[in-house]
Ligand binder design. Structure first.
Ligand code: GAP
Length: 573
């Protein structure tokens, strides 16, 4: 199986999602609103199954008395459900108020907004890139570097230097053994994207390609990148002033940190333990796109795992590997799934180790992966921020950020968020490992992975095309469909009885309309793993056929054994 799924399949998948009620554009009858999506009757079941699988596997089925494979010790798991709107100080101390932004550029002509880091990819097919690649003598292989910052930097240092040996910027890129655009920004007091460096190179070449990186939409003039905070603002109470301004949470994580002490005091958990939460988060993304991949309202499934600083590195590795395996177990093919450790430059301001679990979504350019989940080692950053005030990195350590009067820029709660181990009699600020997943991204990845087109024999044995969603049975929105072969001879009555019995245990569907082949096809298209048919033989011996969506194999079971048969085959927990 190849890593990439055909890109054309994405349009078909989007169409299927709408046609069969998985996903609709929000407020569609008013023309839609960009970055917001509604889940339809089947989509809501799919997402609920994902949430339930996550909660079951991570929280409720977790046996706190047993050490799972790869874990340093047994541990406990509990859940919470915190409010979406929190005290504004939460976001000031967490760093989101000052630092949760994207760099944004707008076009002076067409006024469109772009995320600065996405401009290179949007320009990939443009005339400007065409003339740039010609001017720089890019081979087809070289063109791959255009959307990969690290590869582009390598190219600039190698071939780029040969092309324009006189370009001082390229020499400075590596000066003092300090490679990279950050260093260049320091010595030139200007932030450079590798893309701009390439444009410099193009302008320096004989063909003299336009130096300015153009607007991907109209070729116009782009503004310098500027900061844009992604938090949605709102006001609490009747007066809309600064004092009453607060934010829709951009992550569920902070609701866990601020409740750390409450959970400790109200339960008998001991470190190591994790607190899990599933809930909506909101980010005013500059360019929401790729279907639900980057939305402005989305759902997160986050764990904050509290542990002793001495074992935190081991716990980080445990969670990173465990979370990767979770996606594999639910059917994401390992060729399209990868675990990528962040390079030091990529790490967030708080993180001493992060890995992304990524999936090769079919809408991304070939070879590119999109983030499904981040697993971060956050040290004691969050608990300390909420105790002492907003932290900044200074000389490799985190210290409270001060204002011009030498006072904390944003004061913490002042509450004691340390942990006292009454067995070892040690007091410390726990370290935190954070596996942070997106429920909508997971749903999209499972949809992309499940989507397939193949040929199956029709009633006359002739090959006929079908579209199928090969969901893992735990995730399938409908677990089984029940059909009477024909609408007579008492078959509908028996089928309805079986349906009624199954309905008490699983989400099942009853259908008696149309040819049996078409009914199978309709269920294949929405990923129903099993179809149960009442036929002539049922009237004689009380057995029904069960058909498997993927192998198309059919077998007979007694009609009263359907619940047990399905339970076993669905692997229902
Ligand atoms: N607490 C850490 C945190 O929020 P993140 O990498 O910003 O980390 C975690 O987000 C996960 O949330 C991502 O891996 C992704 O699955 C999901 N996510 C983030 N932004 C999203 C968006 N705009 N639309 C859909 N899902 C998003």
């Amino acid at each position: 199986m190849s890593v990439e799924k055909p890109r054309m399949q994405m349009d078909q998948l989007v169409a299927l999602c709408k046609r069969r009620g998985f996903l609709f554009q929000s407020s569609e009858i008013y023309g839609g609103i960009n970055g917001f999506w509604d889940y339809g009757p089947l989509g809501v079941e799919l997402k609920r199954n994902i949430r339930e699988a996550w909660w079951h596997d991570m929280v409720t089925s977790h046996n706190e008395l047993v050490c799972p494979p790869g874990a340093p010790s047994p541990y406990e798991m509990v859940g919470i459900d915190a409010a979406i709107i929190m005290h504004p100080q939460v976001w000031k101390c967490s760093g989101h108020y000052d630092q949760f932004h994207d760099m944004m550029q707008s076009c002076r002509q067409c006024k469109k907004l772009f995320r600065a880091d996405q401009v290179p990819e949007l320009l990939r097919e443009s005339e400007w890139v065409e003339s740039l690649t010609q001017a720089l003598g890019f081979s087809l292989d070289d063109r791959q570097v255009l959307v990969n910052e690290e590869a582009l930097l390598r190219w600039l240092r190698g071939k780029g230097k040969k092309l324009a040996p006189g370009l001082s910027l390229l020499r400075e890129l590596d000066s003092g053994g300090n490679p990279g655009v950050d260093h260049l920004a320091k010595i030139t007091s200007q932030s450079w994207s590798p893309w701009e460096l390439l444009a410099e190179l193009g302008a320096d070449s004989q063909q003299g390609v336009a130096k300015r990186v153009p607007c991907p939409e109209c070729g116009g003039d782009l503004t310098e990148p500027r900061e844009f905070n992604l938090m949605f603002e709102t006001y609490v109470g009747a007066v809309r002033d600064e004092q009453n301004k607060t934010f829709l949470r951009p992550e569920t994580a902070q609701g866990i940190f601020v409740n750390f002490k409450n959970v400790l005091d109200s339960t008998r958990v001991r470190i190591p333990f994790g607190i899990a939460q599933i809930g909506k988060s909101f980010r005013n993304e500059i360019t929401p796109r790729y279907f639900t991949f980057r939305s402005r309202e989305f759902e997160q499934m986050e764990i904050e795992f509290f542990c002793h600083p001495k074992t935190s590195a081991e716990w980080y590795r445990y969670w990173r590997d465990r979370r990767y395996q979770w996606y594999v177990q639910l059917g994401l093919a390992s060729e399209r799934l990868r675990l990528r450790d962040h390079s030091p430059e990529e790490l967030s301001h708080y993180s001493c180790g992060t890995a992304d679990i990524e999936y090769a979504f079919p809408f991304l350019p070939p070879g590119q992966f999109g983030e499904l989940e981040g697993v971060a080692h956050r040290g004691d950053f969050d608990l300390r921020s909420h105790m002492e005030g907003k932290l900044v990195r200074k000389d490799g350590c985190f210290v409270v950020e001060l204002n011009e009067n030498g006072e904390p820029k944003y004061r913490g709660s002042g509450k004691d968020l340390t942990y006292y181990d009454d067995i070892t009699q040690e007091r410390y600020i726990p370290h935190v490992i954070e596996p942070s997943a997106g429920a909508d991204r997971a749903a999209l990845a499972f949809l992309c992975e499940a989507f397939a087109e193949d040929e199956v024999p029709d009633e006359k044995g002739q090959p006929t095309k079908r579209t199928v969603l090969r969901f893992h049975p735990r995730l399938a929105p409908i677990k089984a469909a029940v059909f009477p072969l024909v609408k007579k001879d008492g078959m509908p009555e028996i089928a309805r009885e079986i349906y009624g019995e199954l309905k008490r245990h699983f989400n099942v569907f009853y259908d008696e309309k149309g040819a049996i082949g078409r009914r199978y096809r309709r269920q294949d298209e929405v990923g129903t793993p099993f179809c149960i048919t009442v036929d002539g033989q049922t009237l004689q011996d009380g057995t029904v056929t069960i058909r498997d969506r993927d192998s198309l194999r059919q077998w007979r079971v007694k009609k009263e054994d359907c619940v047990a048969e399905l339970r076993e085959r669905l692997g229902a927990p």
